[in-house]
Design a protein around this ligand. Structure first.
Ligand SMILES: [Ca+2]
Ligand SMILES: [Ca+2]
Ligand SMILES: [Ca+2]
Ligand SMILES: [Ca+2]
Length: 131
């Protein structure tokens, strides 16, 4: 729920301690807050892409625009998600391949098709482990 994040933020302000409120914030919420550049508690395609590109640049150690196995580590490079995204089976992910994957993900998560990913939609896509 959108209101959940607002409530958490208000609680943090009231309590004067972000640490307390953030202890209950899930990974999905943290990801949303981090990528949500305009603070509307929903992710637009531009925000998702920007976040993905930040991750891409951070992982592309030699800066050639391709994520190679030696840059992401063997565990990720042999992961089905990586090999599936490697459309041309070059063994590395180009920006185009990552963008295509992110666009497909975005459309899959945006179940109501309004062009924004809300916390509800993200939670549905990435269910938090039950404790
Ligand atoms: Ca936003
Ligand atoms: Ca590279
Ligand atoms: Ca490739
Ligand atoms: Ca949506």
């Amino acid at each position: 729920m959108k209101t959940h994040i607002v409530a958490a933020a208000v609680a943090a302000i009231l309590a004067g301690s972000a640490g307390m409120a953030y202890a209950q914030v899930t990974d999905v919420e943290v990801g949303l807050i981090k990528a949500d550049a305009n603070g509307d508690q929903a992710l637009s395609q531009a925000e998702v892409m920007l976040d993905a590109m930040r991750g891409f640049v951070a992982s592309d150690l030699d800066g050639d625009g391709i994520l190679e196995a030696n840059e992401v580590g063997e565990e990720i490079a042999t992961h089905p998600e990586f090999t599936d995204n490697d459309t041309d089976k070059s063994g590395g992910l180009t920006v185009d391949e990552v963008v295509a994957e992110k666009l497909a993900d975005f459309q899959a998560i945006d179940t109501n098709g309004d062009g924004l990913l809300t916390l509800d939609e993200l939670n549905a896509a990435y269910p938090a482990p039950q404790e």
